[in-house]
Ligand binder design. Structure first.
Ligand code: FES
Length: 95
């Protein structure tokens, strides 16, 4: 099962296959804004992926459009509600 390390909260959570990073954060008891409830509309659930990019499928078009609108964008920024790790990843919330 993939592990999600939340670097700036000093937490690691193991998640079942198919879970999103947002679900991993909820399992770890780490709060992050997710204003649209995980529907890829608001962009508030964004985080920076520090390691394990190869374990995340590339963003779909809807996620890419939201990321493009964010001020906090970059090649390593992902929406936690849309990113479903298939292996270990390390993220930073940074807020
Ligand atoms: S919760 Fe709104 S885009 Fe992820």
């Amino acid at each position: 099962m993939p592990c999600v390390t939340i670097a700036d909260r000093n937490r690691v959570v193991e998640i079942p296959a198919g879970c999103s990073i947002l679900e991993a954060l909820e399992m770890a008891g780490v709060n992050i804004m997710h204003a649209c409830g995980g529907n890829c509309i608001c962009g508030t659930c964004n985080v920076e992926v520090l390691a394990g990019h190869e374990h995340l499928p590339p963003p779909a078009e809807a996620e890419r459009l939201i990321l493009k609108k964010l001020k906090r964008q970059g090649p390593n920024v992902r929406l936690t509600c849309q990113a479903h790790p298939v292996g270990d990843v390390t993220i930073q919330i940074g807020l």
